[in-house]
Write a protein that binds this ligand. Structure first.
Ligand code: BGC
Length: 741
């Protein structure tokens, strides 16, 4: 698309869209997302099929017969179950028996913002949009199951997959996960919610034994999975690589049979992570349904020939095999892969889907600092802008060892600025720092490895010179720094919070050369930006932000979009301040004990009174908001009631803007140890300049419960609670107290 069309689009966005969006927004505001239960009506048909199937055919359905399919039974009209990664959009087609690309031309897809970005919107409606949009693409690729969403809790900022996960907070996690699952499954496909559970690090993930006390498990690590099952009605769940309390998660009777199926009523299928299975009979008996993996021949999988032998040896009955086959058939019927001719056809890489990605990206950008009105950029008198940093042009749809997307559109930050700036403004681009990795222990240039990327943290003199010149010779400079998907990657955790490739040194030099420097971080996880954040007036946080990421970012920088993203995790001053590190319980060795217990993320910082660099829930706007005193519909509630909290917020600035009203609860004099406060409700609201909006947030009293390990039940303590209302976990001093009788 040429510049003029983009400009017209941006203008239309400024003039028309906000109004329309506002109306739509309001009508959606209290939408409840509820998935469709797997229907029992297929049971007769399933029974009819089962009696006709041979044991071999049944077992063929329980393991991969290619990298991303399980066996079907052609003669009975049972199709293969076709899966695709993943969290960033529908992954390109790979070969049936290796990771090599299949080389198709019809598998270009929309690259959606990573889950961290989605969570930063704090907008569940956008999570539905995301799921619905990617669900369409999945159908266009004729798949049945998307290996997404990935919802493990961000326990440590160093986690290699932090960008792929949503948040450190279980409440935000579940509020975003449920609509995502519902949106996806509204397209006759299955969500595969992963990685169940307690898979919070990449280090030693293939064997590490995670020890979490029961209350912490229930309150922090399971709520989003539970909501995905009970409210979202997710049709499948992926078992994780690691062990939990001594048992691998794909053969963990407690987690798969007791919690997932018996307690939560899960009716769908449990799929293993790739090569996460270690036993045959034990896995099946513990609740696993499908074994996926690589690279050995598919008949050598634990649930292939070995399973056949086990049945023949009488170690497991055919009746038990039937149970798993039934589950798979039921989900295939449910998503209309069988027995229907009106299945969603879908569409892929359409302009509408790119615009879905744009909407998410635009609401995800977090404004961390903005002094002297440095942003939005006032173009009056600006003739030139220095655009500096490898991240201005770096693409992230693919990279590292995680699933990515093959896409025809990934607008980089530099391209976004070019698209949105008038041609009268000259852009002076300089790469500034080089993305370079070292071959292990050789000092030579190399590639990233499964052991984690070893970065070369040294600047190149000529590149620095070029960047400094560009900064000096331009009216202002924007540095695009941060990381990328080679550096933040599946299979390894980061070693520290330090910015790689000597970026900090470069940023300081650029700021010296031009004090009017704006810093834009593109990253998926916290970094040590404490020093550099003091050096610049403006600091913007963007993400691995999808096909339209660069356009969305440019629109925020130029003020076409008023930023409304909020951090989905705490940005620590120092890694030692983070709970898993403060308690010296990361990454463990053979075992990792989550010693911080329930005090994950801001729960730790707030309870221990540790100052974060930027707190959970934080993000600025180009306008300002004031909060009136909140009220509740009653003062005293019973356990089965719902608190209705209302607060009027006023947009006290000159621009329309969206704010996220956040409600945190604390329990004075609790009989159990508690976090200082916990997020219990939030709502994003659009307020026009000068206008007030009344926001009503519903909090079921049962959401105030803690998990009582003695009774094995959720328990609402009676007495006084304080609800803190504001726009971040550290700016919420509008309080109201209520009583539970
Ligand atoms: C990842 C999963 C992914 C699977 C298939 C595994 O390594 O942990 O998230 O879905 O590979 O690509």
């Amino acid at each position: 698309m040429n510049k003029a069309i983009y400009f017209a689009a941006a203008f239309a966005f400024l003039t028309n869209v906000p109004l329309k969006a506002q109306n739509q927004y309001k009508s959606n505001i209290s939408k409840m997302y509820q998935g469709k239960e797997i229907n029992n009506k297929f049971d007769k048909e399933i029974a009819r099929l089962l009696v006709q199937m041979t044991l071999e055919e049944k077992i063929g359905m329980l393991h991969g017969n290619s990298m991303f399919t399980t066996g079907g039974v052609e003669r009975l009209g049972i199709p293969e179950l076709k899966m695709a990664d993943g969290p960033l959009g529908v992954r390109e087609e790979i070969s049936r028996d290796s990771w090599a690309p299949a080389g198709l031309t019809n598998d270009f897809a929309t690259y959606y913002p990573a889950a961290g970005a989605l969570a930063a919107t704090w907008n569940p409606n956008l999570a539905y949009t995301f799921g619905n949009s990617v669900g369409q693409e999945l159908r266009a690729r004729d798949k049945d199951m998307l290996l997404s969403p990935a919802i493990n809790i961000v326990r440590t900022p160093l986690g290699g997959r932090t960008y792929e996960y949503m948040t450190e907070d279980p409440f935000l996690n579940k509020k975003m996960t449920v609509p995502m699952v519902v949106g996806l499954q509204d397209n006759d496909v299955m969500a595969c919610v992963k990685h169940f559970a307690a898979n919070n690090q990449e280090t030693n993930r293939d064997f590490v034994d995670v020890q979490i006390d029961e209350r912490t498990l229930r309150e922090i690590y399971l709520p989003a999975f539970e909501a995905a099952v009970k409210e979202g009605k997710a049709y499948s769940i992926m078992g994780a690589y690691n062990k939990f309390r001594g048992e691998y998660l794909c053969e963990n009777d407690y987690m798969l049979n007791k919690v997932l199926r018996d307690e939560w009523g899960f009716k769908g299928v449990v799929v293993s992570d790739w090569a996460a299975v270690h036993t045959t009979v034990k896995s099946l008996k513990s609740g696993l349904d499908i074994e996926m993996g690589t690279p050995k021949p598919f008949n050598e999988f634990f649930l292939a020939d070995k399973l056949l032998a086990a049945v023949k040896a009488g170690e497991i009955s055919e009746k038990e095999i039937d149970l798993h086959v039934e589950r798979i058939l039921r989900t295939l019927f449910q998503v209309k892969a069988m027995g229907a001719n009106d299945r969603v056809k879908g569409s892929i890489a359409t302009e509408a889907h790119y615009q879905d990605a744009y909407k998410i990206a635009a609401e995800s950008v977090v404004l961390l600092k903005n002094e002297n009105n440095a942003l939005p950029l006032n173009l009056n008198g600006i003739k030139s802008i220095a655009v500096i940093g490898n991240n201005a042009t770096k693409k992230n749809a693919l990279g590292g060892f995680g699933a990515g997307v093959k896409t025809k559109r990934e607008v980089t930050p530099l391209e976004g600025l070019k698209n949105r700036l008038p041609s009268s403004v000259k852009i002076n681009y300089a790469e500034g720092y080089l993305e370079r990795y070292e071959e292990k222990n050789t000092g030579k240039l190399g590639d990233i490895t499964l052991n984690g990327p070893v970065t070369i943290d040294k600047l190149d003199d000529a590149k620095v010179q070029e960047a400094v010149e560009a900064a000096k010779n331009s009216d202002i400079a924007i540095v695009f720094a941060g990381s990328n998907r080679d550096y933040e990657t599946e299979a390894s955790d980061r070693r520290s919070l330090k910015l790689p490739f000597a970026q900090e040194e470069l940023i300081k030099k650029v700021v010296e050369a031009n004090p009017k420097t704006i810093l834009v971080m593109v990253a998926g996880a916290p970094f040590d930006i404490k020093d550099i954040s003091t050096k610049t007036n403006a600091l913007v946080w963007s993400w691995f932000n999808g096909s339209e990421g660069g356009n969305a970012l440019a629109d925020v920088i130029l003020g076409n979009v008023n930023p409304s993203g909020k951090l989905p995790w705490t940005m620590p001053v120092d890694i030692k301040d983070s709970p898993a590190h403060a308690t010296n319980s990361f990454p463990g060795d053979k075992t990792v004990e989550y010693k911080e217990g329930i005090l994950v993320g801001y729960r730790w910082f707030d309870t221990k009174k540790v100052e974060p660099l930027y707190p959970f829930g934080y993000g600025l706007s180009y306008t300002s908001f004031s909060f009136e005193k909140p009220t509740t519909d009653k003062k005293v509630y019973q356990e089965n009631e719902t608190i209705s909290l209302s607060v009027s917020i006023k947009n006290t600035g000159k621009l329309d803007g969206k704010e996220v009203v956040q409600v945190y609860a604390s329990k004075p004099d609790s009989k159990v140890s508690r976090a200082a406060q916990e997020l219990k409700g939030f709502q994003k609201v659009l307020a026009k300049a000068g206008r007030s909006e009344l926001v009503t947030i519903k909090i079921p009293v049962k959401d105030l419960a803690f998990y009582n390990v003695d009774t094995k039940k959720w328990e609402v303590e009676k007495g006084k609670y304080i609800l803190h209302v504001g726009n971040s976990s550290r700016n919420n001093n509008q309080q109201i107290s209520i009583n539970i009788h």
